[in-house]
Design a protein around this ligand. Structure first.
Ligand code: CTP
Ligand code: MG
Length: 229
C-alpha cells in the first residue's frame, strides 16, 4: 500500500487572531506547518500541503525539506481537501487527511490510522471519549436561549480528530458526491455515502490549535518534551 497524507494548511486562523495564516504561526520557534509535517512524514510515501493561495512561496519553502508538494487551498476546508486530493499521485491507494492546526499529533497516531485502513477499514478516524455532557439544541429565536432537543448518551460519543484515513477510491467518491461545505470533516462525507467509518483511540496531543490559549498549551507540551528528553 502506498500512503499519501494531505496536510490542510490553507485556513486563515481567524480565531487565533495572529497576523500570519495559522499554519505559519510559530510554536516553540517553528511554524505549525513544520511541526505537522514532521509528525506526518514517517507514515507518508507522499505529502501534499494545501496552503493559502497568497502564501504559496512561504509554504513551499517550509515544505521543501519534507519533499512535500504544495497546492493552493480553497475557500472552505472541504474545498482545500478536494484540491489536495487532485494532487495525490496515481500510485497512492491510502489517503490520510490531517489538519496542520493539530501540529503536535504524534507520528504513532498516523501509524495507527494507516494500520486500521490496511486491516480493511475503508474510513478511519481517531476519537477521544467526551468529558462534558453534550446537548443537541434547536436554533435560538431572536438571540434568546436555545431549546434542548436531546441529550445523547455520552458513553457513545467520541470527539474526533485528524489524521483521518481512507481507502483512496472511497474518499474520492465521497468528495465527488458531496455538496460544497456539507461536512466539517472528511469522514462525514464517507458516512453520507452510507459507508462505514471506524474510530481508533485518539491522542490528547492531537489538540486542534484554535485560540491563543491552545497555542500556550502546545508551547508547554513542547517545553516538557525538551526537558524530559
Ligand atoms: N483549512 C484549509 N482551508 C480552508 C480552511 C481551513 O485548509 N479554507 C485548514 C486549516 O488550515 C486547518 C484545518 O483546515 O489546518 C482546520 O481548520 P481550522 O482549525 O478551522 O483553521 P482555520 O480555518 O484556519 O481557523 P479559523 O476557523 O479560526 O479561521
Ligand atoms: Mg476554520
Amino acid at each position: 500500500m502506498t500512503v499519501a497524507v494531505i496536510v490542510t494548511a490553507a485556513g486563515s486562523g481567524t480565531r487565533l487572531g495572529h497576523a500570519l495564516p495559522k499554519a505559519f504561526v510559530p510554536l516553540a520557534g517553528e511554524p505549525l506547518l513544520v511541526h505537522a509535517l514532521r509528525g506526518a512524514s514517517a507514515a507518508a510515501d507522499h505529502l501534499i500541503v494545501t496552503a493559502p493561495a497568497a502564501h504559496l512561496a512561504t509554504a513551499r519553502a517550509l515544505a521543501e525539506p519534507f519533499g512535500a508538494v504544495v497546492v493552493a487551498g480553497g475557500g472552505t476546508r472541504q474545498a482545500s481537501v478536494a484540491a489536495g486530493l487532485a494532487a495525490v499521485p496515481d500510485e497512492a491507494d491510502v489517503v490520510l487527511v490531517h489538519d496542520a492546526a493539530r501540529a503536535l499529533t504524534p507520528s504513532g497516531l498516523f501509524a495507527d490510522v494507516v494500520a486500521a485502513v490496511r486491516s480493511g477499514c475503508g474510513g478511519v478516524v481517531p476519537g477521544l471519549a467526551v468529558v462534558d455532557t453534550v446537548k443537541e439544541v434547536e436554533p435560538a429565536v431572536d438571540g434568546g436561549p436555545e431549546r434542548v432537543l436531546r441529550t445523547p448518551d455520552r458513553a457513545r460519543l467520541r470527539a474526533v480528530q485528524t489524521p483521518q484515513g481512507f481507502d483512496r477510491a472511497l474518499l474520492e467518491r465521497a468528495h465527488a458526491a458531496a455538496p460544497e461545505g456539507s461536512a466539517s470533516d472528511d469522514a462525514g462525507l464517507v458516512e453520507a455515502l452510507g459507508e462505514d467509518v471506524w474510530v481508533v483511540p485518539g491522542s490528547e496531543l492531537a489538540l486542534k490549535i484554535t485560540i491563543a490559549g491552545d497555542l500556550e498549551i502546545a508551547e508547554r507540551w513542547v517545553s516538557a518534551r525538551v526537558e524530559g528528553s
